[in-house]
Ligand binder design. Structure first.
Ligand code: HEC
Ligand code: HEC
Ligand code: HEC
Ligand code: HEC
Ligand code: HEC
Ligand code: HEC
Ligand code: HEC
Length: 360
């Protein structure tokens, strides 16, 4: 579509939407994404159903609860049941006493952990659901906990700033001026979480007040800045270094791993998170579809003409002597977390030597 046609289309959309101005202005957070769709169809089509869009889910729209009416698990003296037939509940029993709590906040689209409220305190459920085994297991990171009684067996009490952090990364509108506000929560990572000011831009756009308030264009950020932007939640290089997280657990922090790779240069757009990922769509799981991203640098002459981000030519690198496709299958190996339940792709792109230890 040419620019004039595109402006005309946007004008028509504004005129059409203008009828619904008041309704849109008052739109609740839950349907705001669909209000963006009128003008930004491509970004809005799948986003709400991606793992980020569903990073937190309400019980009535959680597909896991529809397909799994009852989940059970036993560890030592304690038996766990997640009953989702009516109002979903999480219960733990030691055989004599049972504690049952309603489930309000499900974290994760695939693997799921429940944040529970007990006596005014927020807890992370002791057990979580893992698609890799289609069953419950002890929550990642909680394997070492040794509950002394039924109350402790329910879950791990969240420390001081933890509730705000959990909800801040998995939902939108829950943290206002540094404080947790569960009443304004909108589940998942929504448009406004990444595009600050999008809601007022939408209202202005729909009311025909122009696009002067459009959110910043994130494509203009350098690779380094995008790593830090995604790293707000996926953890930045600095956060990982400061927290001294080491060993295989750090494979889940892509901005950190990528920065450690020889391929990374904070000024080269070809190695930005958004060169390989579209945050509005599901993760692409076909190895060969990443070949062009690698070849943008590793065989620059052939590829950069085909729409790859603009090259920083002094960083063009050698070609592979072993294979010419499916690069990531060898150079971004799959690494499991120590509990064996969740798998990541190592973003420290490298030559993998058989039997070599995980590079920290
Ligand atoms: C009535 C049409 C309309 C609606 C509704 C609308 N936008 Fe926009 N938006 C635009 C136009 C047109 C631009 C381009 C402005 C410019 O070129 O400066 C824009 C720009 C943007 C940009 C900056 C992109 C860039 O490349 O600079 C973002 C991000 C954005 N909108 C997000 C949203 C979100 C999120 C919503 C819903 C909350 C939304 N918009 C609702 C028309 C709309
Ligand atoms: C506000 C926090 C936040 C920001 C910012 C964020 N993410 Fe995420 N992202 C998450 C959470 C939480 C999940 C896990 C969702 C789940 O498992 O349900 C996730 C999941 C993903 C996934 C899906 C992984 C899978 O297993 O399918 C990809 C890909 C991803 N993010 C890429 C990005 C990129 C690229 C950026 C930067 C442009 C980014 N994210 C920014 C919070 C965020
Ligand atoms: C700094 C941001 C951040 C905080 C704080 C955070 N998460 Fe996440 N969470 C993510 C991101 C990003 C992902 C996706 C990548 C990954 O799995 O590491 C994720 C993934 C998950 C998953 C998917 C399964 C998994 O292990 O990959 C669950 C469940 C989850 N988080 C629950 C929680 C709970 C419960 C809390 C609080 C106790 C929490 N998260 C705190 C960012 C965060
Ligand atoms: C996880 C963060 C994240 C979320 C959530 C997100 N975006 Fe984006 N958006 C980005 C980034 C990063 C870019 C720049 C890279 C790109 O274009 O893919 C972008 C680009 C855009 C653009 C400009 C694209 C273009 O080609 O002009 C629009 C418009 C936009 N987003 C709208 C939306 C809408 C609407 C939603 C909600 C349905 C949304 N975004 C959700 C991170 C996000
Ligand atoms: C050169 C391409 C490339 C770049 C750059 C890149 N990724 Fe990835 N990413 C991949 C591939 C390939 C996968 C695995 C896809 C699959 O599941 O088959 C992946 C998977 C992921 C996942 C899912 C969990 C996992 O590790 O398997 C997340 C989240 C993610 N990337 C985030 C990021 C973030 C954040 C950045 C920027 C710091 C980034 N990626 C940069 C290629 C890339
Ligand atoms: C922004 C450009 C760029 C991109 C994109 C890129 N690389 Fe690289 N890569 C480099 C540079 C530069 C080096 C270092 C070359 C040197 O030191 O000789 C390198 C080094 C490597 C090495 C050797 C590492 C070692 O341990 O010696 C491998 C393997 C590699 N890249 C594979 C890949 C794969 C696979 C992809 C896609 C997933 C990719 N690269 C994407 C620029 C890039
Ligand atoms: C079957 C596994 C496999 C695949 C697929 C593969 N490579 Fe390699 N690659 C290797 C191995 C093994 C080496 C180390 C060879 C050696 O040491 O002689 C290597 C070496 C490299 C190097 C270092 C070259 C040098 O001379 O220093 C780069 C860069 C590289 N690969 C990039 C890529 C890219 C880009 C792709 C996809 C087009 C790719 N590889 C596909 C296994 C693979």
């Amino acid at each position: 579509m040419g620019p004039r046609l595109s402006i005309l289309r946007k004008f028509l959309t504004v005129a059409f939407l203008g009828v619904a101005v008041n309704a849109v202005a008052q739109a609740t957070h839950t349907n705001i994404a669909s209000s963006c769709a009128g003008c930004h169809a491509a970004e809005s089509k799948w986003q709400t159903d991606t793992p980020m869009g569903r990073a937190m889910q309400w019980p009535d729209v959680n597909p896991l609860f529809k397909t799994h009416p009852e989940l059970t698990f036993r560890k030592g003296a304690y038996s766990y049941t997640v009953d989702t037939k009516d109002q979903p509940t999480y219960s733990v029993t030691d055989g004599t006493r049972t504690i049952t709590l309603p489930i309000h906040w499900s974290f994760g689209k695939g693997a799921q952990t429940w944040v529970l409220e007990k006596d005014g305190q927020l807890l992370e459920s002791m057990v979580s659901y893992y698609p890799s085994i289609d069953a419950l297991e002890i929550t990642t990171g909680d394997q070492e906990l040794k509950p002394q009684n039924l109350d402790e067996a329910v879950g791990r009490k969240l420390r001081e700033t933890e509730p705000k952090d959990c909800f801040g990364c998995h939902s939108t509108g829950s943290v206002l001026k540094g404080k947790l506000h569960l009443e304004t929560i909108q589940p998942g990572v929504t448009c406004e979480h990444c595009h600050t000011g999008a809601a007022s831009h939408m209202v202005a756009a729909v009311q025909g007040e122009g696009y002067g308030t459009a959110p910043p264009d994130l494509r203009k950020l350098t690779s380094e800045d995008i790593s830090n932007f995604c790293g707000q939640c996926h953890r930045s290089w600095e956060t990982v270094v400061r927290s001294t997280w080491r060993g295989e657990v750090d494979v889940r922090f892509q901005p950190f791993r990528l920065a450690n790779s020889k391929c990374f240069d904070g000024t080269d757009p070809r190695i930005s998170c958004i060169a390989c990922h579209n945050p509005h769509q599901d993760l692409v799981r076909d190895d060969s579809s990443y070949d062009s991203k690698c070849l943008a640098c590793h065989a620059a002459k052939n590829e950069s003409a085909s729409g790859a981000p603009q090259a920083v030519s002094h960083r063009d690198a050698k070609a592979c002597t072993v294979a010419s496709s499916n690069c990531v299958s060898c150079h971004m190996p799959k690494v499991k977390l120590p509990n064996g339940l969740v798998t990541f792709h190592d973003h420290e792109i490298r030559i993998v030597k058989p039997g070599a230890p995980y590079p920290d």
